[in-house]
Design a protein around this ligand. Sequence first.
Ligand code: NDP
Ligand code: DXP
Ligand code: MN
Length: 463
Amino acid sequence: MSGTQARRVVVAGSTGSIGTQAIDVIAAHPDRFRAAGLAAGEGNIELLARQTRLLRPDVVAITTTRPDRAAWQFHAALAQALEEAAPPAAPIHPSAAKPQPMLITGPDAAEQAAARPCDLVLNAVAGAAGLPVTLTALERGRLLALANKESLVMGGPLITGLAGPGQIIPVDSEHAAIAHCLPGWTYRDAAALHPVRRLVLTCSGGPFRGYDRDRLAAVTPEQALDHPTWRMGPLNTLNSATLVNKGLEIIEAHLLFGVPLSAIEVVVHPQSVIHSMVEFADGSTLAQASPPDMRLPIAAALAWPERLCGIAPAIDWGRSHTWTLQPLDERAFPTVRLARRAAGAGGTYAAVYNAAAEQATSLFLNGTITFPAIGDLIADVMSSSSHPGGTGITLEHVQAADTWARARTRQLARDTSAPARVTRAQATNPHPTAEGWTGPTAVTTGNGASSRPTPQTAAGADT
Ligand SMILES: NC(=O)C1=CN([C@@H]2O[C@H](COP(=O)(O)OP(=O)(O)OC[C@H]3O[C@@H](n4cnc5c(N)ncnc54)[C@H](OP(=O)(O)O)[C@@H]3O)[C@@H](O)[C@H]2O)C=CC1
Ligand SMILES: CC(=O)[C@@H](O)[C@H](O)COP(=O)(O)O
Ligand SMILES: [Mn+2]
């Protein structure tokens, strides 16, 4: 990106936690970035309108099943935002003199935005709904700054097969850290990994670090939504509390860096200052450290392979610090082991894991099940899946597995005779199967992706 041309960026999920921080970085560096497109759901159309006023993207996309209503709301909000910025306020950004953007509304609006002319797509949509954006960006040959780990995990070899060398740039803090510990690394650069013995993912432990199953049975959604070190959207926050997030991140690391699952470790680091580490074959370990602030990996991905200046405060070495590292309690948090098994089984199992987690998390949020039942349900759904494992799955398989796993999770939670349903009243006798998943019925099928999966809703909305 060196030179005079600003990188044209589509931000999918612009109104979320990652999206808003990305907008801040883009707005602060008009010489480096231009917003080619903004895409979001219909949850915060006023904010989307304010972002539009600030950056004047070529295209704005709203994912909705009520296109006319969303368009009307957006135009009203944009008019309001422009009025609020009436003279004498000067245009904030050089591109602010441009005409109003093209508006796309509909169920596949984000995907359409990702298909528009641009240099880089930042996928910051939450959950499985991000899969079409990842696929479109890769198919169109764009650089993909990937926050939406779920799409990579679900699609697995479908995504890695589609992505060219250097095309995916990790945004997730752990994976960005690993990339920075591997000088010269670009996506799937096996040579850069040659001397690597292990990847070590750090994990805050979430709000329930140190809890056993009995204590976990009594926790509330409010407690689960209170992450100790990061302010994130609800899905990643809940996934951090259950440690599903770390499970997804092990699979993400395996797919991004091509390192075997057995060479990816998790260590609990409550301060979230060391963002991950690479252990080399000679016994040396490199770590990337900074106060927890997602603007760093976001800016690094947007500018990759260059580095911008002054993005976030560095560690204050004039103060005393205590950084602790401790092993993970896999008994209280079985979701990490389940993720390893899902990835080992291959095929659609990671998609089943992710969908069951998203659905079970929603059921926890609405009070239907207890917190430990999330892991129990994931285990039971995986055990009862007859969707293909192994290699050679298609997009239709992934889509079918995702839809099935959500329905199966709801069914198991509804079925009072099913052991996975654990209401708060039953919490003292938690279901013991969470660690008991014995593996899939492996079925290997042919290859060939042809259609898009239906976007699914993320935790909090899909109940
Ligand atoms: N937040 C963080 O610090 C981190 C997040 N990540 C990952 O980044 C991704 C985004 O997370 P986060 O920013 O926390 O999530 P948020 O919930 O804060 O934001 C999600 C964004 O996606 C939009 N959105 C939701 N559904 C759709 C859809 N179907 N089509 C288009 N846009 C949609 C939302 O729009 P709206 O709400 O306006 O409707 C919002 O802009 C996740 O995959 C997460 O795992 C990874 C590491 C750290
Ligand atoms: C900021 C980020 O990358 C999150 O995905 C983070 O990993 C959440 O923290 P823990 O999952 O370690 O609690
Ligand atoms: Mn992370």
